[in-house]
Design a protein around this ligand. Structure first.
Ligand SMILES: [Zn+2]
Length: 157
């Protein structure tokens, strides 16, 4: 079985974060992308990730939050968290839909990231909260934005 890898193709964004790769290679990869800073919308690396069939996650626009998400994802991958793509999509969805300070304990990690909950607990809650997105193959939490495409999640009927 191919191990699930966390991939951040944006140059320099994930520098120094353990367990994060820079080049998508397998359909099992979870690819974390950030929208282009110039507002072009389509993040670098999205086409490659889609061609591979890898799960994609839209990172928060801010560098500090994006690095925190990448560090949490890298830790979850090292812990062989199941449904890693969904867990990370829910995580960014929760960040977008609420107060990031409620989740992020230490914002600029260079080692193990700190969260307001132990990371294995946060992973289980994130997976449980995940709902499919009405617009794309990704998903997120109700009342957040989709962790895959960034559009608002419709409230559950
Ligand atoms: Zn979506």
């Amino acid at each position: 079985m191919t191990p699930v890898r966390v991939v951040v193709p944006e140059p320099g964004l994930a520098a120094g974060i353990p367990g994060v790769e820079t080049e998508p290679e397998h359909p099992e990869d979870v690819v974390l992308l950030r929208a282009a800073a110039d507002g072009a919308g389509v993040p670098a690396g999205a086409a490659v990730a889609r061609a591979l069939g890898a799960a994609t996650v839209l990172l928060p626009p801010g560098r500090v939050e994006a690095r925190w998400v990448a560090a949490v994802a890298g830790t979850w991958a090292a812990d062989t968290t199941p449904d890693l793509g969904r867990a990370v999509q829910s995580l960014v969805s929760m960040l977008a839909g609420g107060d990031p300070g409620a989740l992020i304990r230490r914002p600029d990690p260079d080692g193990t990231p700190a969260a307001s909950l132990p990371l294995p607990v946060l992973a289980r809650l994130a997976i449980r909260a995940w709902r499919p997105c009405p617009h794309c193959a990704g998903g997120g939490v109700v009342r957040g934005t989709c962790g895959g495409c960034g559009r608002p999640m419709e409230a559950a009927a």
